[in-house]
Design a protein around this ligand. Sequence first.
Ligand code: PDD
Length: 277
Amino acid sequence: EFAILHGEIVKRSEAKVDVEDRGYQFGDGVYEVIRVYNGKMFTEHEHLNRLAKSTDSIGISLPFTNENLKGLLVELIEKNKLQNGIIYMQVTRGVALRNHAFPTEYVTPCLTTYTKKIERPVDSMRSGVKTILTEDIRWLRCDIKSLNLLGNVLAKQKAAEAGCFEVIQHRGQEVTEGSTSNIFIVKNDIVITHASDHLILKGITKDVLLVVCAKNNLRVEERMFTIEELKQADECFLTSSTSEVMPIVEIDGNKISNGIPGPITRKLQEWFGQEIE
Ligand code: PDD
């Protein structure tokens, strides 16, 4: 297995970072997860653009162009003979003496990347998954794909302890997103999801799905919705690079759409499937 460290392909076992890497000490960095299907990246331009946006927003200047990066990723996929899986990449501000403020002298940002095999979650996509509601205790810049994931980690752990796949986070009455996914509801044939503002991550899968809805003349509302609307919804699902379009059939022990994936969710799964072929 190979990995990328500082723009070079190295043996996975040699990809090591310093104890004073700011990503390690402060979570001072950002990341991306890119899906690979049949040896090819899916929506890599969107992911690389979002990475550039994330680094920009925290004042890290990437020492690589998107084209350089893409070339490296293609090489890594080939060297690791990756068919189906993900590419994980992260960029930190680099290594410097511990001090909260940015280093005053230039340090090279630290880029690390590796691949992991995973298959499409076909069984749970067919059966749907269980979720629980939990208060969203994260910061107010959830639009940045930050390495600071403690809020998300604690939320996901709650789901795990409840025997659930994911949490549905809310700020007061307002539903935001999952811990690693975006949340959608369907009511009277209208697809509703939180607008991509500072309270959620602008998911690439979410955006692909919104285009798919438009293509198929399905009405979409990108707006705030409440816990009450969630409970009254006809259907509910989540999206992410690894979960695709994942039906939600239970929230806090209460069944949604009679405990089976709803018809619009299934249509969306089918249409999304066509996008990745
Ligand atoms: N998570 N919201 C959050 C908080 C996320 O962490 C993710 C992705 C998404 C969906 O984004 P996308 O459709 O671009 O994957 C929404 C990745 C998969 C992860 O952390 O592993």
